[in-house]
Ligand binder design. Structure first.
Ligand SMILES: Nc1nc2c(ncn2[C@@H]2O[C@H](COP(=O)(O)OP(=O)(O)OP(=O)(O)O)[C@@H](O)[C@H]2O)c(=O)[nH]1
Ligand SMILES: [Mg+2]
Length: 350
């Protein structure tokens, strides 16, 4: 099925051309198909860089990660942020990447067919893509990177990536995003427990949503307490460990992420949240706005694609010979020898 899909799909080059220079719906369609191609074959990401000059592969100016407990209102919040961004910067194009979405976004061109429920008319400057975590294994971050590249090709200025804060995916996304907001809400799972289970490390900013509901203030207090108890090293301090917002040099207080209270459904606190996120990047060009060297950035993608490709090949080889696992298990074949043999066999297969 997949082989047939790929074989009948237009070449990657043609899709890139159409996604970069096409018109209207055809451009959006080509972008969606290019994303699908890269999602099914993430190791082909490096091929992108040969199709257009380097400067066309600039990342969006800002990539925001939004993660948090299931049902905490992430999608509703992202939606409200998109509307606020559109209001503030009417010329900007906004992308949304929903990793495994279970709830709808309201407006925007859907790149692909997985986001089905749309409540409003399409906004031509908003682009939405969903990505399934299933089947991605280690390749999820490469999949998100592919989507980001194509969104940049569509001219997106800001891209917001939503992931559910369970498992490994939010950590991977945190590495891709310039800033990560962790969403907590009263009644949405045990939010503080989730923080302890690893979400605290990835947050640059904590957003308590559903401020219109009774438990919000108590959650706010609990969170402030949890943050003040955490060792500051765990709190996503800047690279130099200095709080960028304190404005002072070496004597600045240790970095503690801000906590904002919002209501995504009522719209309360959303302008302040967006302002805060945009300002952080205006004030700190080393993160986000200070666009990383495109070549260096592409080299990292290539590195990841090589590793992903190698992982897939080795996995296939292992699956083809399950007896080998028993040999390792019984001690008949030492692990290192098994690894060496796998690599050797792969080389001889060339
Ligand atoms: N009262 C109140 N309800 C909200 C608010 N934001 C979201 N909700 C509701 O919370 C529920 C879950 O919202 P979603 O945006 O789907 O949450 P999510 O975190 O994206 O959920 P998953 O993607 O399934 O993890 C919906 O019924 C929303 O209407 C808010 O600010 N206040
Ligand atoms: Mg959601």
């Amino acid at each position: 099925m997949r082989a047939r899909n790929l074989a009948s799909a237009p070449a990657l080059d043609a899709l890139v051309q159409a996604a970069a220079f096409g018109d209207g719906a055809a451009r959006v369609r080509a972008a969606g198909r290019l994303m699908t191609l890269l999602e099914q074959a993430p190791h082909r990401l490096p091929e992108l860089y040969r199709t257009l000059p380097e400067e066309r592969w600039q990342r969006p100016r800002l990539v925001l990660g939004i993660t948090g407990a299931p049902g905490s209102g992430k999608s509703t919040l992202v939606d409200a942020m998109v509307f606020e961004l559109r209001r503030r910067e009417p010329d900007w194009r906004i992308g949304v990447v929903a990793v495994d979405p279970s709830s709808p976004f309201t407006g925007g061109a859907v790149l692909g067919d997985r986001v089905r429920m749309m409540r409003h008319a399409t906004d031509p400057l908003v682009f939405i893509r969903s990505l399934a975590t299933r089947g991605h294994l280690g390749g999820l971050s490469l999949g998100v990177k592919g989507v980001l590249r194509v969104m940049a090709l569509l001219g997106c200025d800001v891209v917001i990536v939503e992931t559910v804060g369970v498992g490994q995916s939010e950590v991977e996304v945190a590495r891709i995003a310039d800033t990560v907001g962790v969403v907590l809400a009263p009644g949405a799972g045990d939010s503080v427990q989730m923080l302890k289970a690893g979400l605290m490390e990835v947050g640059d900013l904590f957003i308590i949503n559903k401020a219109d509901t009774p438990g919000a203030d108590a959650l706010h207090r609990t969170l402030l307490q949890a943050l003040s108890l955490a060792p500051t090293d765990d709190l996503a301090a800047g690279p130099d460990g200095v709080d960028a917002h304190a404005g002072a040099g070496a004597h600045a207080a240790p970095h503690r992420p801000d906590v904002l209270l919002v209501s995504a459904t009522a719209g309360d606190g959303i302008p302040a949240l967006v302002e805060r996120l945009l300002n952080e990047h205006a004030a700190d060009p080393a993160r986000g706005n200070g666009r990383p060297d495109v070549r260096q950035d592409a080299r990292l993608d290539v590195r990841e694609a090589v590793l992903e490709s190698a992982r897939r090949r080795l996995e296939r080889a292992l699956d083809a010979e399950p007896g080998r696992l028993d040999e390792i298990l019984s001690g008949a074949l030492p692990l290192e020898a098994a690894v060496a043999r796998l690599f050797e066999e792969q080389l001889n297969h060339e």
